[in-house]
Design a protein around this ligand. Structure first.
Ligand code: TTP
Ligand code: MG
Length: 394
C-alpha cells in the first residue's frame, strides 16, 4: 500500500466555542453547554476556561454549578452545532474530496494525493486552521499521521489549537510512551485488565506477544497488538462509501416525570417527526419501529413492531409508536421516551397501497417534501407540527 497521509481535525470545546463565537461577550469566560438548565442534565461541553475549575463533559449540571458558580450555563442548540459542522466539512472538502465526518466535531481527511498541491500536509493543516478561525471564529486541533489511528492520537496531543505530526519514526518517543488508556479502543475495562498484566504504556502493550493477548481478549487481542504498534489500515470513508446505519433513533427525557397522556403523545410525535426526517435525509426507510419508555423508577420497557412495508413519513412512524404506547401497561409516571426505526433499506421503493391510500399518501408526501425543503433552508424549527408547539415538547 502507498504511504498514506491522513489528517484528523477535532474542534476545541466545540459546542461551547460555537456559543462563544456567536456571542463575543462570552469570549474568555467559563462557558458550559448543557442539555437543559434543570439539575437533571449533564454538561455536554465545557470551554477551556471552565475546565480550569474542574468541569468536564458528562458531569452532572448540579456538580458543575458547585465547581464553577460564576460560569455561564447555556442550553444547547443542536441545530446550530449541526449547521456549523456541515459548513466546516465543506471547508475540508475544498482541500481533499476524501473526507469522513466521523462525529459532529471530528473529521478524517485523506490528503495523500493532494498534499503536494498545497505544499505538504502541514501547510494544509495551517490553511484549514486559518480558514476555520477566519470564517467561524473557532479553533481546532489537527493531527497528521500515516493512518487514522495515529492522526487521531496526534490531534489530541496538543489541545487546544494544536497541530501535531506523528510519523513512523516518532512512534517510540511520542506514541508508545503514552499511557495505555490513551490508545484508541482501550476503554476502562480493557485498561484495568492490562494494568493487571503490568501493562501501563502503549509501548509495553506492543511488547506483549500477540498470542498472549489473543488468549485474554480473543480477536480483539490482535487488534490491540496492531494498534499498539501503530498499525491501522482502515480507509477514510466518504459519506457515499459508508455502510448505511443499522437504525435511526431519538430519545427525550421529560423535564418532569409525567402521567399526562396528551403530553406524552406530543413528545412522541416530536420524536417520530425527528426520526422520520433523519431517515429521509439519509435516503433510508425503516420496517421496524421501536418504542422505549423509562419510568420514574428507571425501569425501562422496549417494544418493537415490524411492518409490511418500509416507512419514512412522520405520521406512519407516529401511528405505530402510538399503537405500541397504547398497548403498554403503564405502572408509573414516564421519565424518558425513545423512538427508533430499524430494518433499514436505502431509498424506499414505490409502495403498494390501495388507491384510496395512495392519493392521500401522495398528497402527504408532497407536503412533507416541501416541509423538508423549508427546513433545509430555514432550520429544523421553522416548521413544526401544531401539537408540538408546547413548551415541554420543545
Ligand atoms: P469532544 O470533541 O469530545 O469535546 P469538545 O470538542 O467539547 O472538547 P475538546 O476540545 O476536548 O475536543 O466532543 C464534541 C462535542 O460533542 C462537544 O462539544 C459536545 C458534544 N458532547 C456531548 O454532547 N456529550 C459528551 O459527553 C461529550 C464528550 C461531547
Ligand atoms: Mg472536540
Amino acid at each position: 500500500m502507498k504511504n498514506r497521509i491522513i489528517m484528523h481535525v477535532d474542534m476545541d470545546a466545540f459546542f461551547a466555542s460555537v456559543e462563544q463565537a456567536a456571542d463575543p461577550s462570552l469570549k474568555g469566560k467559563p462557558v458550559m453547554v448543557c442539555g437543559g438548565l434543570e439539575s437533571r442534565t449533564v454538561v455536554a461541553a465545557a470551554s477551556y476556561e471552565a475546565r480550569k475549575f474542574g468541569v468536564r463533559a458528562a458531569m452532572p449540571l448540579a456538580i458543575a454549578r458547585m465547581k464553577c458558580p460564576n460560569g455561564v450555563f447555556i442550553e444547547g442548540d443542536p441545530e446550530k452545532y449541526i449547521y456549523t459542522s456541515l459548513r466546516l466539512n465543506d471547508i475540508f472538502r475544498e482541500f481533499s474530496p476524501i473526507v469522513e465526518e466521523y462525529s459532529i466535531d471530528e473529521s478524517f481527511l485523506d490528503v495523500t494525493d493532494v498534499a503536494d498541491r498545497f505544499g505538504g500536509p502541514v501547510e494544509i493543516a495551517k490553511k484549514i486552521k486559518q480558514r476555520v478561525k477566519e470564517q467561524f471564529h473557532l479553533s481546532c486541533s489537527v493531527g497528521i499521521g500515516p493512518n487514522k489511528l495515529l492522526a487521531k492520537t496526534a490531534s489530541d496531543l496538543d489541545k487546544p489549537d494544536g497541530l501535531t505530526v506523528l510519523a513512523w519514526e516518532d512512534l517510540p518517543a511520542k506514541f508508545q510512551t503514552l499511557p495505555v488508556e490513551k490508545l484508541y479502543g482501550v476503554g476502562e475495562e480493557t485498561a484495568k485488565k492490562l494494568e493487571l498484566l503490568g501493562v501501563h504504556t502503549i509501548g509495553q502493550l506492543a511488547n506483549v506477544p500477540v498470542s498472549a493477548l489473543k488468549k485474554i481478549f480473543g480477536v480483539v487481542g490482535e487488534l490491540l497488538h496492531d494498534a499498539a504498534n501503530g498499525i491501522d489500515n482502515s480507509p477514510v470513508l466518504t459519506e457515499a462509501e459508508r455502510p448505511p446505519p443499522k437504525s435511526v433513533g431519538n430519545d427525550y427525557t421529560l423535564q418532569r416525570d409525567t402521567l399526562d397522556d396528551e403530553l406524552i403523545r406530543s413528545v412522541l410525535l416530536g420524536l417520530c417527526s425527528k426520526v422520520a426526517r433523519r431517515l429521509r435525509k439519509g435516503g433510508h426507510a425503516g420496517r421496524t419501529v421501536t418504542l422505549k419508555i423509562r419510568f420514574s423508577d428507571f425501569t425501562t420497557i422496549t417494544r418493537s413492531r415490524t411492518l409490511d412495508t418500509h416507512v419514512d413519513l412522520d405520521k406512519e412512524i407516529f401511528d405505530v409508536a402510538l399503537q405500541i404506547y397504547q398497548s403498554l401497561h403503564k405502572h408509573m409516571a414516564v421519565r424518558m421516551l425513545g423512538v427508533s426505526a430499524s430494518n433499514l433499506m436505502h431509498t424506499p421503493p414505490e409502495r403498494q397501497r390501495s388507491l384510496f391510500d395512495y392519493s392521500f399518501w401522495k398528497k402527504y408526501k408532497r407536503v412533507i417534501q416541501s416541509v423538508d425543503k423549508a427546513r433545509d433552508k430555514f432550520g429544523e424549527r421553522s416548521i413544526m407540527w401544531g401539537a408540538l408547539i408546547r413548551k415541554e415538547a420543545g
